[in-house]
Design a protein around this ligand. Structure first.
Ligand SMILES: CC(C)(COP(=O)(O)OP(=O)(O)OC[C@H]1O[C@@H](n2cnc3c(N)ncnc32)[C@H](O)[C@@H]1OP(=O)(O)O)[C@@H](O)C(=O)NCCC(=O)NCCS
Length: 151
């Protein structure tokens, strides 16, 4: 819509970020069955511009649940002229389940079923470690999964 686009009549990146955050929070809340908050945005790629008037579909799925945090993978699709869905963007957010006082609280694990779910699940731990290292919350020497990438 006009209020959501830039000078090139494409969707503002920030609009898409907010929509992805909402979709991801629904997915995280459904899994955790608790209040969830966005803890970090780990990755966003704006692969294709989304022109005004485009039909956009946002799919969000918990790719891995840790102790209190969850990685949520978001795929963004657009309809082409013939109504065929084309992958436009993807993003990865981290949510934390919290109690009524905002304190992190435990959640259930997830069990990947498809090949893609397994791939995303397996890579989630190293993404969590990278995010924690970049946030200054983990010593790089303790990031075993991440370090294994380079050995
Ligand atoms: C998210 C929040 C509850 C985490 O609190 P915290 O004191 O850092 O809690 P912890 O250190 O115990 O971390 C909780 C979990 O988040 C994970 N985590 C924290 N920071 C992270 C980061 N930058 N990247 C990935 N995971 C992170 C921790 O590893 C831990 O996961 P685990 O329990 O599954 O192992 C707190 O920072 C908060 O309330 N932030 C504001 C949230 C908000 O308002 N979001 C809306 C955007 S404005």
């Amino acid at each position: 819509m006009p209020g959501e686009t830039n000078a090139l009549n494409n969707l503002f990146g920030g609009e898409l970020l907010a929509r992805m955050d909402r979709a991801a929070s629904i997915s995280a809340k459904r899994h955790a069955e608790k209040i969830v908050v966005t803890s970090s945005v780990n990755h966003v790629s704006f692969g294709k511009a989304i022109p005004i008037g485009t039909t956009v579909t946002i799919e969000a799925k918990v790719s891995r649940a840790f102790t209190t945090s969850m990685e949520v993978f978001i795929d963004v699709w657009v309809d082409d002229d013939k109504g065929k869905r084309i992958k436009a963007n993807e993003a990865i957010y981290t949510f934390v389940a919290v109690d009524n006082d905002g304190r992190p609280t435990k959640i259930e694990k997830i069990h990947p079923e498809t090949e893609e779910e397994q791939k995303r699940y397996d890579a989630a731990l190293r993404r969590k470690q990278l995010s924690l290292v970049l946030a200054g919350k983990m010593n790089a020497n303790d990031a075993s999964e991440l370090k294994a990438l380079f050995s």
